[in-house]
Ligand binder design. Sequence first.
Ligand SMILES: Cc1cc2nc3c(=O)[nH]c(=O)nc-3n(C[C@H](O)[C@H](O)[C@H](O)COP(=O)(O)O)c2cc1C
Length: 372
Amino acid sequence: MGHKLFTPISIRNLSLSNRIVVAPMCQYSAVNGSATDWHLMHLGQLCISGSALVFVEATAVEEKGRITPGCLGLYSDENQIALARVIEFVKSYGNTKIGIQLAHAGRKASTEIPWKGGTPLDPNNSDSWKTVAPSSEGYNLNWPEPKELDFEDLDYIKNCFVKSAKRSIEIGFDIIELHMAHGYLIHQFLSPISNKRNDKYGSSFENRIRYPLEIFKAIRDEIPENFPLGVRFSATDWVETSSWNIDEATKFSLKLKEMGCDFFDVSSGGNSPKQNIISGPAYQTGFASIIKNKVGIPTIAVGQINEPFQAESILNTGQADMIAIGRGMLYNPRWVWHAAEVFEKECAYPPQYARSHHSLIGLPIPGNPKPK
Ligand SMILES: Cc1cc2nc3c(=O)[nH]c(=O)nc-3n(C[C@H](O)[C@H](O)[C@H](O)COP(=O)(O)O)c2cc1C
């Protein structure tokens, strides 16, 4: 064991030093979409984690695309300046590559932050806004009805994705992931649960994937050819009556591959309160394995992968190419150091902390006699 987790991999022009990725995780700590000192601390600690890549949380491409008023955005110059400060910090002190997840929450936007309840904001609350979606049906019975997007709105949002992608590259991100999972806007188009349209964007599989593919293509066409661009999607709605399942997700992935998609990050669920998720250790890895083996581009497995041996065996058995860790990394930001220890491998340590590591404790201390 220990053959894969600490081996390098490339995604288009990006060389990654190992197979461990920090999953994107909303922090609900932005102000008007702009990153704050919390992001400096949060991403600051993760960028010295020794993982190969850290994804910044779902970052809204327009103000209305934020899940909560505390969500991060990259739709204004102010947002760009604030996030550039964080990325500059990460680049100065960190040892990981840094990715952004571009997102639009669609009908699941305008909600309260989780520790205040996470429920839809009251439309009378001045912090709330009218949500948008493929169709005018709310996420759940007590959720507000979104505005059904017309063709002009669709063009506008597509452009917002392109603009945010360009801003991301300008401020130094190494890779972009498009958030097409968890019941947010793009997933809302993919799934018949949320997409009830009768025009060219709804009903048949080909129509439901049309707008997501248009967004992908618009970005791919506008960013440098060597810049890596990938997608996180939900491999299934976990709703028996929905056709959005691993079969449709696989067909969709094949189309994305044809259009120049560089990696998949395979998640699941989030689009219906009726979902019946069978969760447990590594519970989404079977989906990643199908995508990796049928589509054949670098694939990230995610979801309750908490132990180094579990991660290693997923890679060794050819089920995925990389492992993303979310909560495990919040709980123990030194996860990678400990995993390296288990497999007797090397990973990056910031020089400031080098003396915490047994192989490096002999570093000289200014003024002390040289270690023997
Ligand atoms: C606090 C928190 C915030 C999250 N925010 C995002 C997000 O912004 N985008 C996303 O795609 N997934 C998000 N997720 C899901 C994680 O990226 C990950 O897929 C999920 O937690 C399962 O992995 P884990 O078991 O290693 O935590 C979030 C999860 C947590 C715990």
